[in-house]
Design a protein around this ligand. Structure first.
Ligand code: HEC
Ligand code: HEC
Ligand code: HEC
Length: 292
């Protein structure tokens, strides 16, 4: 009898765990499918009209900032116990919220009115706790659209396109697009270490010369988008690491460990870190071009 209970119990536990695992698995599958869809889904085309080049200014951004001012103002007023002013700010906010909801037809459903009406009601009663609760619910509406869309809008409309940057290669004089130039630079970088490994010291030095020339061009290319001096990736610290690499390669007996250390440093501090900042936007834009 005891044995049977144990049998049932373990069966139950096993079924429970299995069912749990399966539902969990299904859940995950649906979720990743959704987020997959979300990450590739394009932004509504009607947004184009509110950003350059179609508009002369980023009108959508400005409208958001305009709405945010009285919205956040409500919190300031409530903290200062000025419910009358909070109600005034609410009226301004509501008008702008409705205006924004009508701007992008594809996003109209993302501006539900109930939470806004509830905030109006809470402000009418004047109970600070109820007001803050209702503010949080409206804030969730904002957040739920920001999370899937804000970065995409930044990448699509605020990030310049690396495709518009062309570079004159200092070694061949060819005019290259940025991605091709990167591949050329990479050849020089790899060429140094490959030749060193094979004992072709003269060749390694030649690849290094080419690398410094191309790196100088890379440094100039930043001006295509930045008008202030760059503090990272191509700055004095990296330049002096490159110089040290050159000096090490010029020595009569080359210390492979010093070379590898410098190579790793340059790769990490310049190439990799610059990629971490610039690739998400650059590659997102390329993927969207394919879908458009
Ligand atoms: C602006 C900062 C920046 C620095 C510094 C930088 N890269 Fe890049 N790299 C990029 C960008 C942006 C791309 C993507 C270009 C594109 O596809 O339009 C890229 C792409 C690449 C690619 C892929 C090319 C392709 O066709 O897929 C390689 C390889 C590469 N870089 C190597 C390097 C190496 C090696 C260094 C350092 C010696 C380096 N990069 C330094 C920005 C940088
Ligand atoms: C339907 C989508 C959507 C809703 C709803 C929405 N926003 Fe936005 N919001 C955006 C997008 C997209 C951006 C990015 C605009 C840009 O960078 O050009 C943005 C940007 C902003 C910014 C500017 C942030 C910055 O980068 O400086 C503020 C502030 C803001 N929203 C406040 C709000 C508030 C407050 C609400 C709710 C009451 C709200 N938003 C609701 C889509 C939305
Ligand atoms: C196609 C345009 C483009 C090019 C070319 C470009 N960047 Fe950027 N970079 C951006 C944008 C956009 C940002 C994010 C906002 C900002 O800082 O302007 C950024 C951010 C940065 C940042 C972090 C923020 C800051 O200003 O410190 C650094 C550092 C940086 N870039 C370095 C470089 C370097 C070094 C080069 C050249 C090797 C380069 N970038 C080339 C577009 C570009």
């Amino acid at each position: 009898m005891k044995k049977q209970i144990w049998f049932y119990l373990t069966t139950f536990v096993i079924i429970f765990i299995t069912v749990g695992a399966v539902t969990h698995y299904d859940d995950k599958a649906t979720r990743s499918e959704e987020s997959g869809q979300r990450s590739t889904a394009l932004l509504p085309a009607s947004l184009d009209a509110f950003y350059p080049p179609q508009a002369d200014r980023p009108l959508f951004t400005m409208k958001m900032l305009e709405m945010d001012f009285p919205f956040t103002g409500i919190v300031v007023d409530v903290l200062e116990d000025d419910i009358e002013k909070a109600r005034e700010n609410f009226e301004k906010f509501k008008t702008l919220y409705v205006e924004l909801s009508e701007l992008i037809p594809e996003w109209e459903h993302k501006f539900p009115m109930e939470p806004v009406h509830e905030l109006g009601e809470a402000l009418r009663t004047g109970n600070p706790g109820a007001i803050m609760g209702a503010m949080e619910n409206v804030g969730t509406v904002c957040h739920d659209c920001h999370v899937p869309n804000m970065v995409k809008v930044q990448q699509k409309y605020h990030w310049p396109d690396f495709n518009m940057i062309t570079v004159q290669d200092p070694l061949t004089n060819d005019i290259l697009d940025f991605a091709m130039f990167m591949r050329y630079l990479n050849v020089n970088f790899t060429g140094i270490f490959l030749n060193l490994e094979r004992g072709n010291i003269e060749n390694a030095r030649r690849y290094f010369q080419g690398f410094t020339a191309r790196f100088e061009t890379l440094k100039e290319s930043c001006q295509g988008c930045h008008d202030t001096e760059r503090m990272y990736y191509v700055d004095g610290t990296i330049q002096s690491q490159i110089q040290k690499l050159g000096q090490t390669l010029d020595e009569p007996t080359i210390n492979p460990q010093t070379v590898m250390g410098l190579a790793m440093d340059i790769g990490k501090q310049s190439c990799q870190k610059c990629h971490l900042v610039h690739l998400p936007a650059a590659f997102a834009k390329k993927e969207w071009k394919k879908l458009e």
